[in-house]
Design a protein around this ligand. Structure first.
Ligand SMILES: *[C@@H]1O[C@H](CO)[C@@H](O)[C@H](O)[C@H]1NC(C)=O
Ligand SMILES: *[C@@H]1O[C@H](CO)[C@@H](O)[C@H](O)[C@H]1NC(C)=O
Ligand SMILES: *[C@@H]1O[C@H](CO)[C@@H](O)[C@H](O)[C@H]1NC(C)=O
Ligand SMILES: *[C@@H]1O[C@H](CO)[C@@H](O)[C@H](O)[C@H]1NC(C)=O
Ligand SMILES: *[C@@H]1O[C@H](CO)[C@@H](O)[C@H](O)[C@H]1NC(C)=O
Ligand SMILES: *[C@@H]1O[C@H](CO)[C@@H](O)[C@H](O)[C@H]1NC(C)=O
Ligand SMILES: *[C@@H]1O[C@H](CO)[C@@H](O)[C@H](O)[C@H]1NC(C)=O
Length: 416
């Protein structure tokens, strides 16, 4: 077992999932002078924090303009947009979508067909633009920056029972809400709040790990008899209860449910805005699930493959060729978590207690071939958002985004 320790130490040292990123102000200044592209400036306006697990009733909002803790002038983020044809459900308000999801999860529910899909022109991020991609990555990095546990947070859900304590700022899900000056477009950057993927100490990470193992494993992370499972759906050898899995994913105390609340509150603040979602890692997978739920453009960075979770949650898949999706998964070939190869007893994921078994992303994959182009070695270091920001800056173009059709998850399992 001696080899495990140096490996873990290396992983701890690189702080795989959490980084305090310096602001790239010099880069921004040169952007301000660039009049060749039509770009819009975005500012951070609010931060939502939603509890999970035993704190699932916690839901708070911090308004940046009202918060002395944000003393410095807000950073501006410049994004280029273009208009695209998008096919999505014609009715998409939160009340409808949540009752739709609840219905399709009922055992024996008839698969609803003949849905009312519409094609519409929607403003989307210009993902062919390297600066826009890099800026979105910086916005997701911004979501990692600690937000003060100040008293300026406003309860937007049920009043939180303070006697439960104040550990909430380290757990749960956060949504950082950016808008342009006219509030025409709103960017929501989503973050799961554990400090590192492989950080084993304390409660804070346990919850992220439970969510990861629910979302990205075949059957409750029962990958060997030594593992503690995260749900109780295993029936017998390579057989797992589908209904049980679906209920576990949708449970009130889990991340997906928390995201639906953050989306609902964001759209009620900006009812006529176009919403874009982004996120890194687990936050990217969650952004993709939420983006699919509501048919909104989503850019996920280095997200573990989430198509299986989308299917288990019965999210709507529009009846159009996969290449027309507006869910973009940006990643690189040297990141084992994005590539779906961080599994098996010798992987850092397994060692850290993560069962990352899934292989398939939904939507489009925009893959930087850093192994070939930059001679990077496959390592969890290349999963970090800082590595991604540097990587995008090191290329003149963004990769072509493609829908993979040759992908299958958990083929050796039977779901009953
Ligand atoms: C978008 O859809 C409209 C109507 O269906 C069509 O006329 C147009 O050519 C489409 N544009 C693109 C870029 O596909
Ligand atoms: C999208 O970005 C590319 C690359 O920067 C640029 O050439 C193109 O003009 C942009 N499209 C729009 C509509 O701004
Ligand atoms: C708050 O939590 C404490 C401890 O669990 C409990 O005794 C109390 O009844 C709770 N108060 C409310 C208003 O739920
Ligand atoms: C819930 O909040 C308590 C304190 O308020 C904190 O110590 C704990 O880590 C949180 N647990 C989860 C699972 O969010
Ligand atoms: C945009 O929303 C902010 C609240 O975040 C508000 O202060 C501002 O007045 C709004 N701007 C416009 C043009 O509606
Ligand atoms: C915000 O979310 C909470 C659930 O956490 C919900 O009860 C409330 O109605 C939402 N508020 C708005 C304005 O959407
Ligand atoms: C998607 O692929 C089809 C052929 O399979 C092609 O005709 C169509 O133009 C593609 N659409 C986009 C948006 O790339």
């Amino acid at each position: 077992m001696g080899w495990l320790l140096p490996l873990l130490a290396a992983v701890f040292a690189c702080n795989v999932f959490a980084l305090q990123i310096p602001l790239f102000r010099d880069r921004l200044d040169s952007l301000e002078e660039d009049h060749t592209r039509a770009v819009t400036a975005f500012k951070l306006r609010h931060v939502f924090h939603h509890g999970t697990g035993i704190n699932a009733s916690l839901h708070r909002r911090l308004d940046v303009a009202e918060t002395p803790a944000f003393e410095t002038a807000p950073e501006l983020f410049y994004l280029s947009a273009l208009s695209k044809n998008v096919t999505r459900l014609s009715q998409r308000d939160p009340d409808f979508m949540e009752s739709y999801l609840a219905y399709t999860r009922r055992p024996g529910s008839i698969k609803i067909s003949g849905f009312d899909w519409i094609h519409e022109r929607v403003r989307t991020p210009n993902i062919s633009d390297p600066e826009t991609l890099a800026t979105l990555a910086r916005m997701t990095a911004d979501a990692y920056v600690g937000v003060p546990a100040s008293k300026d947070w406003i309860d937007v859900g049920a009043p939180f029972n303070e006697s439960l304590g104040f550990g909430w700022d380290n757990t749960g899900v956060r949504g950082h809400i950016f808008t342009d000056d006219a509030n025409r477009t709103v960017v929501v950057a989503i973050k799961g709040t554990s400090s590192t993927l492989f950080d084993n100490d304390g409660d804070t990470v346990t919850n992220d790990r439970i969510n990861d193992n629910l979302l990205f494993s075949c059957c409750c992370a029962r990958i060997s008899y030594m593992w503690t499972t995260v749900c109780d759906c295993y029936e017998k050898s390579y057989t797992c209860s589908q209904t049980c899995l679906e209920d576990a994913l949708y449970a009130e105390d889990k991340y997906y449910r928390a995201l639906l609340d953050i989306y609902r509150n964001t759209t009620s603040l900006y009812p006529s805005a176009t919403i874009w979602l982004t996120g890194h890692s687990l936050g990217g997978s969650m952004a993709a699930l939420l983006g699919r739920t509501y048919g909104v453009p989503t850019v996920a960075f280095e997200a573990p493959p989430e198509r299986l979770a989308a299917e288990r949650l019965h999210l709507p898949f529009p009846p159009v060729p996969a290449n027309e999706s507006t869910i973009w998964h940006v990643g690189n070939t040297a990141d084992p978590i994005f590539m779906g190869v961080c599994n098996g007893p010798s992987s850092v994921c397994w060692v850290g207690g993560y069962a990352m078994e899934t292989q398939c992303h939904s939507g489009l994959e925009c893959v930087y071939d850093t192994v070939k182009d930059k001679k990077w070695h496959v390592s969890a270091n290349n999963h970090r958002i800082k590595a991604v920001i540097d990587m995008i800056a090191g290329y003149n173009n963004t990769p072509t985004c493609v829908a993979r059709t040759d992908c299958q998850d958990c083929f050796d399992w039977t779901f009953s």
